[in-house]
Design a binder for this molecule. Structure first.
Ligand SMILES: NC(=O)c1ccc[n+]([C@@H]2O[C@H](COP(=O)([O-])OP(=O)(O)OC[C@H]3O[C@@H](n4cnc5c(N)ncnc54)[C@H](O)[C@@H]3O)[C@@H](O)[C@H]2O)c1
Length: 355
């Protein structure tokens, strides 16, 4: 008997800038099919449908969610406009892919996650950089104990976003819809990577400021010290005010080695001993990878595709994807802990409900 692979019907909700990466991925994945798109702007919805040869377009997500031929939705609306959509999607039995951050508060995220559990649907938060080969090799080295005891885990994200960027959408730079600034929108990718590699965060002490922009409600600059549960310490520095945007760096130091990843490519890989993984690292293209340091869309679209492929594979096997909802929640909690610390001038413990 010839087994035919299930084709997953996709609906894309929110047809703005980031939706392109979801639409391109769906177009390129052989067991995925674009069924419908939706945007509150009729023009955006219609134009996106035309661009991707899709006959179904909506301006009301409830109509899209009402279709039986949609198995999975990608939610690409502004960050603080996802809860109601995700909850209804879960109730309608749709699996959910949601852009980062899942939502803007832990309460709203928890409402979504509990509805997904209740309805037994998979939810995954997009953290596309985890699918970059350089970061997966770093994760492999740390998990296999190559670095020994971890000492320091630092993230520096010195990016730039112009005032025009913030003015380009009413939701950008607002507390309710962006949920935060340089940390919640941009540095979150690297905060996710840091906690993925270094392990859970025990406490943070933060300072935030708005220094390079006017007319935004959120921070454009932040620093925090971090203590990890394994005893290691580190710093996070994130900004969107460092003209012209010099890039990102993660520094991981252990008692037996150091790894530095600059603009998503391994720059330093030094260990006391040799290991077969070193050959894999040597084979990599060590040039800097597109990173969004000044342009939010100058990112590597193939990583969205890799993540969506992994999500489909997990759904078909009844497994949880690598960045399941609880995993995607972690960076948002670290960021809220930094905000709370900056406002209270106190050290904030995680999980936050233990404070
Ligand atoms: N993974 C990444 O690297 C990456 C890159 C860019 C943006 N993002 C994330 O993607 C999200 C969207 O960002 P963007 O830059 O595409 O924003 P955008 O403003 O360009 O697009 C958002 C779209 O959602 C639409 N929309 C709003 N409410 C809606 C609703 N109820 N139903 C349907 N459509 C609705 C808007 O009309 C708009 O077209 C943000 O959360 C952002 O953090 C992720």
């Amino acid at each position: 008997m010839v087994r035919t692979e299930k084709k997953y019907g996709f609906g894309i909700i929110g047809c703005g800038a980031v939706s392109k990466f979801h639409l391109d991925a769906v177009q390129n994945i052989k067991n995925a099919e674009l069924i419908a798109v939706c945007d509150i702007s009729e023009e955006m919805s219609k134009r996106t449908a035309e661009n991707y040869n899709c006959i179904n377009w909506y301006t009301d997500y409830k109509q899209l969610l009402g279709r039986d031929d949609i198995d999975i939705v990608s939610i690409c609306t502004p960050s603080g406009l996802r809860r109601d959509i995700a909850i209804l999607a879960a109730q309608m039995g749709k699996h959910i892919i949601v852009e980062k951050p899942i939502e803007v508060t832990l309460e709203r995220i928890d409402e979504i996650l509990s509805e997904c559990e209740k309805n037994e649907v998979v939810i995954s938060g997009i953290f596309n950089l985890r699918y970059n080969k350089h970061y997966s090799l770093v994760k492999e080295a740390i998990s296999s104990g190559r670095l020994g005891k971890l000492i320091l885990g630092d993230a520096y994200i010195k990016w730039y976003r112009s005032q025009e960027y913030y003015d380009s959408g009413k939701w950008r730079g607002t507390k309710t819809l962006d949920g935060g600034g340089a940390l919640m929108n941009q540095s979150i990718h690297f905060i996710d990577l840091l906690q993925w590699m270094m392990g859970p965060v025990k406490h943070v002490f933060g300072e935030i400021a708005t220094l390079g922009h006017h007319d935004i409600e959120v921070e454009d600059t932040a620093v925090a010290t971090v203590k990890y549960e394994n005893g290691a310490i580190g710093v996070i520095e994130g900004t969107t005010a460092a003209y012209p945007g010099i890039g990102s760096r993660l520094d991981i130091h252990g008692e037996n080695g150091t790894i530095v990843i600059e603009d998503n490519a391994i720059k330093c890989w030094e260990f006391r001993d040799h290991h077969p993984l070193d050959l894999k690292v040597q084979e990599l293209n060590m040039s800097k990878h597109a990173g969004g340091m000044a342009d939010p869309l100058s990112i590597d679209g193939s990583l969205h595709q890799k993540q969506i492929e992994e999500i489909l594979d997990c759904i078909s096997k009844g497994k949880k994807p690598m960045v399941n909802g609880y995993e995607a929640r972690k960076s948002v909690e670290i960021i809220h802990a930094i905000y709370k610390s900056a406002h209270s001038k106190q050290l904030v413990n995680l999980p936050m409900d233990r404070n």
